[in-house]
Design a protein around this ligand. Structure first.
Ligand SMILES: Cc1ncc(COP(=O)(O)O)c(C=O)c1O
Length: 337
């Protein structure tokens, strides 16, 4: 099947196979590549009833010389185990995570899009309780799979800004809840506000802290970052936001480029003071946000058209590292041979 890489969006496509491991009696098996995208699951599996499930998202890039490189997979291996610990699932040894990744990517090499297409291979690790349990208890059996699917370049032209909305009737995460981990339930809870935001014409929603609705937390599926008028990179600090791999990388890059970096509480009332604002995450890297609406309040930030210069510079440098066009000074890439 010939794939038109330029037409790909962010959608699921079947590939050759996924990889699947099972944890039983205290140990992981040696895993197998499975060509069917279907899974035979026990009707009392804890993932289905009690949401004992966590996932990750990362990308694999084809460099100019044809090499296949994975971007910061160690961070995702670490984060899925933080999720696992919090909802009492079996952890995945980091070496097993990397082995699984290598095996599944190699078995799907022809789905790694060519250099220059802007498309990438999206990698989705998933860990869930597959053993039966009728009381609310952790499962005694776990399944770890990694599936892959090619996804298209998000920006076909330049970075284009979006409008964001604050929906004060919804919170993403409670102060001592599960906002800092990547579990299925967080995303189930986000479906309705996301739908409502979309219906109102906003591609992204911005969440405030649940206790006071005073501080910025993050966007629905991405962290918040702002560039101050004096050129600082400012991002939110909260125990209930997801530690984004992209935000971590952009902070390192900004510091490397000589920008002061601040990770602190950011009040909603500060928004209008920023020169540029964006959402950041693996799927898109940087989405500039030029307008935030909350009730009757409309806050405009950055240039009316297009993307601000600092965000553009960070985006260009960060993605050039991913594609192997800039030196990998931070050691973020690992070749899959
Ligand atoms: C709630 C939330 N915040 C932030 C992010 C961005 O994280 P990352 O940069 O690791 O993709 C994601 C996406 O994974 C997310 O779902």
């Amino acid at each position: 099947m010939a794939i038109d890489w330029s037409k790909l969006g962010f959608a699921y496509m079947d590939t050759n196979c996924h990889i699947r491991y099972t944890w039983k009696n205290g140990r992981w098996d040696s895993g197998e590549l499975v060509s069917s995208p279907y899974f035979n699951i026990h009707i009392a599996a804890t993932a289905l009833h009690y949401g004992q499930t966590a996932f990750e998202g990362l990308k694999v890039f084809r460099a100019k010389d044809g090499r296949i490189q994975v971007f910061r997979a160690d961070m995702n291996a670490d984060r899925i185990n933080q999720s696992a610990r919090h909802i009492m699932m079996a952890e995945i040894p980091p070496a097993l995570f990397q082995e699984a990744l290598d095996r599944v990517v190699k078995a799907n090499q022809e789905f790694v899009p060519p250099y220059g297409s802007g498309a990438t291979l999206y990698v989705r690790p998933l860990l869930f309780g597959s053993g039966p349990q009728i009381g609310v208890n952790p499962a005694k059996e776990y399944t770890f799979i990694i599936m892959v699917t090619p996804v298209g370049a998000y920006y076909k032209g330049g970075l284009s800004p979006v409008r964001a909305i604050v929906l004060d009737d919804f919170d993403r995460a409670a102060p001592h809840g599960t906002g800092h981990i990547k579990i299925g339930g967080n995303y189930a809870a986000s479906l309705l506000p996301h739908h409502l935001a979309h219906e109102a014409g906003f591609p992204v929603e911005l969440y405030l802290d649940a206790a006071e609705h005073k501080y910025i937390e993050e966007f629905g599926t991405s962290n918040f970052l702002g560039i101050s008028k004096d050129g600082k990179y400012i991002t939110t600090k909260s125990p209930s936001i997801l530690p984004s791999v992209t935000n971590d990388g952009l902070c390192q890059l900004a510091a490397h480029l000589g920008m002061p970096v601040e990770r602190r509480q950011v009040a909603f009332s500060e928004l209008a003071d920023f020169a540029e604002i964006a959402a950041c995450g693996t799927a898109v890297v940087i989405t500039p946000v030029n307008e935030i609406v909350r009730g009757q309040q409309v806050i405009k930030v950055g240039p009316a058209e297009g993307c601000g210069p600092v965000l553009q510079k960070l985006y260009d440098h960060y993605t050039a590292i991913q594609w192997g066009e800039q030196p990998d000074v931070f050691g973020w890439l690992r070749e899959i041979k």
